[in-house]
Write a protein that binds this ligand. Structure first.
Ligand code: ZN
Length: 535
């Protein structure tokens, strides 16, 4: 008998944490950051206390009370006394790994808290994206996926308090086991990227206790990794051969992006396994149709062609396919696509694994926008990117003096640059996020509208408030190709793979599958929070 226990992603989009147990063998399917539940308690100025280690996320129910799976360096000796009596408490001494579906933090973020001897199974691109995101971003203590800063408990003399603080130990990289490529075949540049820390000044660059990638074949389960199309590169679905048959986990996927054929191949190969169970995402069950990536290109091209001033394009920089869509639009409208250094760093990282991703240094359509206000202690990755691409750096004055020559890849959080650029009235702000309400960031649309009004920018594709709801205006909707399949596509996945049991997750309307598949032979089982399904 195989047991599936659901600790996140139930009646919510994101935060997937699914425990698969086959006798004494155990795997987690994703270990994500639960944005929605997090926001029930926290906001920008009220965050879990990093100095309290595991206590806050456990006490707020953001982490499951599973003693034995978390890092020792962030727990007080008495921590578990207060959780041993609660209903979901269990002690788990052995976990064989986490199967990570992709690098979006709602699937990966809470890996940060797991013991570092629990390996992470992923595609090579997902592993590299987790590292690039962490190298070039400010990762909070609850979002350190690729490596983490070991903590030490500090009790200042004469004080009664204690706190977990960053210790002097090197940052510890996690053990990544790669499922889609042979890690021994990686290029020397790729291996160097993986093994080095790039956040400190040059003198301290060895401050990473790195671990070479190894193969997924070391797992105690027979695994299959199926690359799929999603709004971040490297996404995959998983197959796990258990004593009850094959269990499949879709991760997040779609059929209308540039890599749609990957998702189609997943369906064919998954169906051939005659699976016992399929755990399927249902983010967009209520959506009837999809906007395809090529429609984003056509609609974006039309809108930007009509514009004479500066164009700002707002989309998730980790959506590399969207970035390439806007690169094509820039070329076709006689502009340059100006990306931020962290986007250039991600592209450079991707290029190490996928040569068809443009080389930033060679691609004539790309330039790098450098912030106006210099950082006093720039990180090594930033210095490297700017020095390596010296001839491609543009500053606010370059963009400000030739506004019709650029599409600037900015998000809400980059608007601070506008006083330096001084966009001319009539400039355009194209909002092209893959989800009009992003999975990972709560955009303050009201504030964004204020910025646009103040600087005389015209918004396009931007949600506006109408009767208390934020909606993209009619006629401006073709810019948000979602990362997720629509309802009809999800039903097709279920009917073509034909599992004995279908378990919907990552959805606010899991009943959709019950309503639409009741006449099929598929047994739909709805998971509950903390509940276990036996198969
Ligand atoms: Zn995702």
């Amino acid at each position: 008998m195989v047991h599936l226990s659901f600790y996140g992603g139930i009646n919510e989009i994101g935060g997937n944490k699914i425990l698969l147990e086959d006798k004494e063998r155990r795997l987690f399917l994703d270990f994500g950051f639960p944005y929605k539940r997090h926001k029930l308690f926290y906001e920008e100025y009220l965050k879990p206390r990093s100095g309290a280690g595991l206590l806050d996320p456990l006490a707020l129910g953001l982490l499951p009370p599973l003693e034995g799976i978390y890092r020792d360096d962030i727990q007080m000796p008495s921590l578990w006394q207060q959780f041993r009596h609660i209903p979901l408490y269990r002690r788990l001494d052995q976990v064989d790994g986490v199967l990570l579906s992709h690098a979006h933090l709602d699937h990966s973020g809470h890996i940060s808290f797991l013991r570092d001897d629990i390996p992470v199974y992923a595609t090579s691109v997902t592993a590299f994206v987790t590292k690039a995101m962490q190298d070039s971003g400010k990762s909070d203590f609850d979002q350190q996926v690729c490596y983490f800063s070991p903590a030490a408990r500090e009790c200042p003399t004469g004080w009664k308090q204690t706190a977990f603080v960053t210790s002097s130990l090197p940052r510890q990289q996690r053990q990544f086991r790669i499922a889609d490529t042979d890690p021994r075949a990686l290029s020397p540049d790729a291996i160097q990227f993986w093994n080095r820390g790039f956040w400190e000044k040059a003198a301290k660059q060895k401050d990473l206790s790195s671990r070479p990638m190894t193969s997924h074949r070391d797992c105690s389960f027979n695994l299959r990794c199926f690359p799929v199309d999603h709004s971040i590169p490297g996404a995959c679905a998983w197959g796990i051969e258990t004593g009850s048959g094959w269990v499949l986990y879709s991760g997040d996927l779609r059929f209308h992006g540039k890599r749609a054929e990957l998702s189609r191949r997943f369906i064919d190969e998954a169906a051939a396994l005659r699976p016992k169970a399929l755990i399927l995402e249902g983010t967009n069950v209520l959506r009837e149709t999809n906007v395809a990536e090529h429609e984003v290109y056509e609609n974006g091209l039309k809108t930007i062609n009509d514009s004479n001033g500066l164009v700002i394009a707002d989309f998730s920089p980790r959506d590399v396919d969207r970035l390439l869509t806007f690169l094509q639009i820039a070329k076709d409208t006689g502009r340059k696509l100006a990306i931020l250094p962290k986007d250039a760093y991600l592209l450079k990282t991707m290029h190490l694994l996928e040569p068809e991703i443009p080389d930033v240094a060679q691609e004539a359509g790309l330039v790098i926008y450098q912030d106006t206000i210099a950082s006093r202690y720039p990180s090594l990755w930033l210095r490297n990117i700017c020095q390596e691409h010296d001839g491609k750096i543009v500053l606010a004055e370059d963009v400000g003096s030739a506004q019709e020559k650029f599409i600037l890849c900015f998000s809400f959080f980059d608007l601070n640059e506008l006083p330096s650029i001084r966009p001319k009235p009539g400039s355009l702000y194209v909002y092209s996020s893959s989800e009009p309400h992003d999975e990972e960031q709560e955009i303050d649309f009201r504030r964004l509208h204020n910025w646009l009004k103040h600087f005389g920018l015209r918004g396009f594709g931007l949600p506006a408030e109408s009767n208390g709801e934020w909606q993209v205006p009619d006629g401006e909707k073709g810019l948000h190709a979602s990362g997720h399949a629509c309802g009809a596509d999800l039903l097709e996945i279920a009917l073509e793979i034909k599992p004995e049991i279908l378990i919907p997750v990552h959805s606010e309307y899991p009943n959709f599958f019950v309503e639409h598949l009741c006449s099929s032979k598929i047994n739909i089982v709805l998971p509950t929070v903390g509940g276990t399904i036996e198969i």
